[in-house]
Design a protein around this ligand. Structure first.
Ligand code: S3P
Length: 169
């Protein structure tokens, strides 16, 4: 039996941390493919993420997301960016224990500035700042628990963040 192909790095962190952008920069720098569980879910389900939340509910989205992580970890050798809530599933955190995980940390102000009005992000409906604060408070301990490295993104460009990730690995 051949060993599973492990991604070189898995990026976790909240909305507005810049996971997708940094993943693309890392993939370009390393010459490896990039995968993003949000994009995988849209492709396999044929639906936009906001529509999945509205039509089928968050728990169904989390089921699809957990399956997308399992598939990506099994198939993908490169950079993998996870949706901000992927770590809410304990089974996903268990799988991450065997991976090299980088938590892209972002504080409230920068996260709010980066997500703007939160268009296409169903969990930010209503007061974007208050919603992000709640998500950061709830999830930061989980991101920290699964991470091998924490990289600060506040006040930094995606290029600077990607450069630090490359130095770490
Ligand atoms: C979510 C983050 C989003 C997307 C969905 C839910 C979350 O991904 O998966 O809207 O629960 O934080 P990004 O973190 O890539 O924006």
């Amino acid at each position: 039996m051949s060993a599973a192909v492990a991604p070189r790095v898995v990026l976790v962190g909240p909305m507005g941390a810049g996971k997708t952008t940094v993943a693309t920069l890392l993939g370009d720098a390393w010459g490896v493919p990039v995968r993003d569980t949000d994009a995988d879910i849209v492709e396999t389900s044929g639906r936009e993420i906001a529509d999945i939340f509205v039509e089928s509910g968050e728990e169904h989205f989390r089921d699809l997301e957990a399956a997308a992580v399992v598939a990506a970890l099994a198939e993908h050798d490169g950079v993998l960016a996870l949706g901000g809530g992927a770590v809410l599933r304990p089974e996903t955190c268990d799988l991450l224990a065997d991976q090299t995980v980088v938590f892209l940390r972002v504080g409230l102000s920068d996260a709010v500035r980066r997500v703007g009005l939160g268009v296409g992000r169903p969990l930010l409906l209503g007061n974007v700042r208050a919603r992000i604060k709640t998500l950061l408070d709830e999830r930061t301990p989980i991101y920290e628990s699964v991470a091998d490295h924490v990289v600060e993104t506040d006040g930094r460009t995606p290029e600077e963040v990607a450069a630090e990730v490359r130095e770490l690995l």
